[in-house]
Design a protein around this ligand. Structure first.
Ligand code: MN3
Length: 237
């Protein structure tokens, strides 16, 4: 159960060191001696597949450079916190804990962002169906109202950040939340289902300062099948 939960929350990142997975399978208790090594997830599509809505060069830089930097930063933060415990020196614990939240947030949100998109089909504006569509209509009144609320949330982020559709586990209600940077304004007890990145690096090459044009275009590449799967999984928590 724990590995399933970790796999889900990290959206495909390596969840457990192999040694721990083997030990768990054998019912053994072991002490962790190294942190997880996080890696950049591969995409389910090519960098050019989201054209013309998101250009290939932006996708390449965003995935291979920006997301990689968050993976590296997360690994570094975890390594340094391991070292702090080993050395008994907690003088920089606040710094590395902040780095953990920033880069760990970046890794998790980008992993969800890539899964939130797919190659568009010309002339078709993707929409959810099934239980997710019903839930969106129940919560927001209509799918169009949901889209307007979500777009307004994305467009109004101050600086770099995100808009998320999340399921609150306590009452199974859907919420739209806004994240600044990779971690600020986090609303706990929620599982994110859909994410749009509105840092300038996500759109500046093609859209320059016109973030709202990018967000409007982004709806054409949303992967509602993936969001439905995340919704189904989140309902079990
Ligand atoms: Mn980004």
């Amino acid at each position: 159960m724990e590995s399933t939960r970790r796999d889900f929350l990290s959206m495909g990142a390596i969840a457990l060191p192999a040694t721990l997975a083997v030990a768990n399978a054998q019912g053994l208790n072991i002490v962790e001696t190294t942190p997880t090594i996080h890696t950049l997830p591969t995409l389910d599509y090519s960098y050019s597949d989201l054209e013309p809505f998101i250009d290939a060069k932006t996708m390449e830089i965003h995935h291979s450079k920006h997301h990689q930097a968050y993976v590296n930063g997360l690994n570094k933060a975890e390594e340094m916190l391991f070292k702090a415990r080993a050395d008994g020196d907690y003088s920089l614990v606040q710094h590395w804990t902040r780095q953990l939240a920033f880069h760990g947030g970046g890794h998790a949100l980008h992993s969800l962002f890539w899964k939130s998109m797919k190659k568009p089909i010309a002339g078709i504006s993707p929409k959810p169906s099934g239980s997710l569509m019903v839930a969106l209509q129940n919560e927001f009144g209509s799918f169009d109202t949901f889209k307007k609320h979500f777009s307004a949330t994305a467009n109004s982020v101050e600086g770099g950040g995100w808009a998320l559709l999340s399921l609150r586990t306590s009452d199974k209600r859907l919420l739209i939340t806004q994240i600044e940077n990779q971690q600020k304004q986090s609303y706990w007890n929620c599982i994110p289902l859909l994410a749009v990145d509105v840092w300038e690096h996500a759109y500046y090459l093609k859209y320059q300062n016109k973030r709202s044009d990018y967000v409007e275009a982004w709806w054409n590449v949303v992967n509602w099948d993936a969001t439905q799967q995340f919704y189904n999984q989140a309902l079990k928590f």
